[in-house]
Design a protein around this ligand. Structure first.
Ligand code: 5AD
Ligand code: SF4
Length: 443
């Protein structure tokens, strides 16, 4: 038997989906009477919500968990949740005998039961279902922010890009019923939230697995746009193949839907795209971007890129650089390829030397930095709408434009949760600095 924990600590690694799952676990644990602490040493229950997307992410967690086993002075309950729990399952108990439970990404709703198991039996417990059952109470989530909230609309991924663990760690696509989503968003609006970010590994697949609801992703946007109080709707992440004309029209026509699209190309060479199983060519990708730019000329774009995919040549990497010259992305997440166990790309020889991967990464990073600086410089002097979310460490207010650019100003706390017109005067890396327009005009 284990002692009933009174306090818990939770650490989240990885993507927004994990952040949302952690918020749900916090809500569940607080609902059962536990108190959250941010002091890892003081907590009776420790939860590590993990990520498997790249080797480094896993190594970080394994290092942390290994160290816990060596330094633990008193018995505490330790749980591993998230993608690594799914990828490694029971083998985690062999490597880390001091952990008490393993909870997969599809089993968040079982947290309380697993905890009871561990407390009552004193034995290790594991739940890692391969598919997600639509039984999770999202409404208990304890949101980190009071202004902007993540809302899950679809879990899992059916795309099977050859490098990616997600289809194995999060299972197949399961869309959440539109009525449930609408109910949650109405509740958030009533609580004063101004912005929602619809989350899914591929939000554009929304509704394809549930034809009976007759609600595809763009239909959902039309429903949610009607909800009073929600000023901004964002969505993450998209697969280019599923970005439809209807979605682009929704971005153009719906006042709350922000004009920022994360449009990840991953690589600029058709041979590499094929090897990645991205199911589009560079030409098809450019056509879609051109279509979006025609419909929504001021839309800004984000991307994810993997450099050094197996067999990628210098010429093929240059093609990725050329994509950036044609499409100056406003936001770019750049990664070096990391071979993941269980993925089809594991069969390809990881033959691009690490130094070459790192060199390509830094060349692309420099190009993007230059482009982002040019884009920000061109915005100086403009007055732009910013939603303020919180204060930063220096006591300044932090917010974002509709196109997801970070803006910092000096201003009163009362601006948090409000939209303000900000005149931009300078920038620092990717962050824009400014003043509220009335102040700037001397009113
Ligand atoms: N190696 C490097 N980057 C990866 N990503 C996914 N899998 C891998 C991998 N094995 C990147 C992709 C994806 C982002 C979330 O992480 O660019 O879009
Ligand atoms: Fe991974 Fe591809 Fe699915 Fe994105 S679309 S989660 S990269 S398999």
């Amino acid at each position: 038997m284990n002692h009933d924990p009174k306090t818990f600590f939770i650490r989240t690694y990885g993507c927004q989906m994990n952040e949302l799952d952690s918020e749900i676990m916090v809500g569940q644990l607080e609902g059962r009477g536990l108190k959250r602490t941010f002091d890892e040493d003081a907590a009776d229950l420790l939860i590590y919500n993990t990520c498997s997307i790249r080797d480094l992410a896993e190594r970080k967690v394994m290092g942390k968990l290994g160290q816990l086993g060596r330094t633990q002075k008193r018995k505490r309950i330790i749980g591993v949740t998230g993608c690594m729990a799914m990828a490694k399952k029971e083998s985690l108990f062999r490597k880390l005998p001091h952990i008490d439970f393993v909870l997969g990404t599809n089993n968040i709703s079982d947290l309380s039961e697993v905890l009871n198991d561990v407390i009552i039996t004193g034995k290790q417990s594991i739940r890692t279902d391969n598919t997600f059952e639509e039984n999770l109470d999202y409404l208990v989530a304890k949101k980190e922010s009071k202004v902007s909230a993540y809302v899950s609309i679809i879990r899992g991924c059916d795309k099977y890009c050859t490098y990616c663990v997600v289809p194995y760690t999060r299972g197949k696509e399961v869309s959440r019923p539109p009525d449930d989503i609408e109910k949650e968003v109405r509740k958030l609006a009533a609580e004063g939230f101004k912005e929602i970010t619809l989350l899914g590994q591929n939000v554009n697949s929304y509704g394809k697995d549930t034809p009976e609801t007759q609600c595809l992703f763009h239909d959902l946007l039309y429903r949610l746009d009607k909800i009073e109080g929600i000023e901004r709707i964002r969505f993450l992440t998209s697969h280019p193949i599923d970005i439809t004309l209807e979605l682009m029209q929704a971005i153009r026509d719906l006042p709350s839907v922000c004009e920022f699209v994360h449009f990840p190309i991953q690589a600029g060479s058709n041979r590499i795209l094929k090897k990645m199983h991205r199911i589009y060519t560079k030409q098809q990708y450019f056509e879609k971007v051109a279509m979006l730019k025609e419909l929504v000329p001021h839309a800004s774009l984000g991307t994810d890129i993997i450099v050094g995919f197996p067999t990628e040549t210098e010429e093929e990497f240059i093609e990725t650089m050329d994509v950036f010259r044609k499409i100056p992305y406003s936001v770019a997440f750049l990664y070096t390829y990391s071979a993941r166990k269980g993925t089809p790309a594991m069969r390809f020889k990881d033959d691009v030397p690490q130094e070459v991967k790192d060199d390509r990464h830094s060349r692309l990073f420099e190009l993007h930095k230059e482009q982002a600086a040019q884009e920000r410089a061109a915005m100086l002097g403009q007055t732009i709408e910013v939603l303020f979310e919180k204060k930063n460490r220096n006591g300044q207010l932090k917010g974002r434009t509709r196109c997801w650019k970070k803006v910092i100003i000096d201003g009163p706390d009362s601006f948090i949760g409000t939209l303000q017109q900000v005149k931009l005067h300078s920038f620092n890396h990717e962050t824009l600095l400014g003043q509220v327009a009335e102040v700037a005009a001397g009113v």
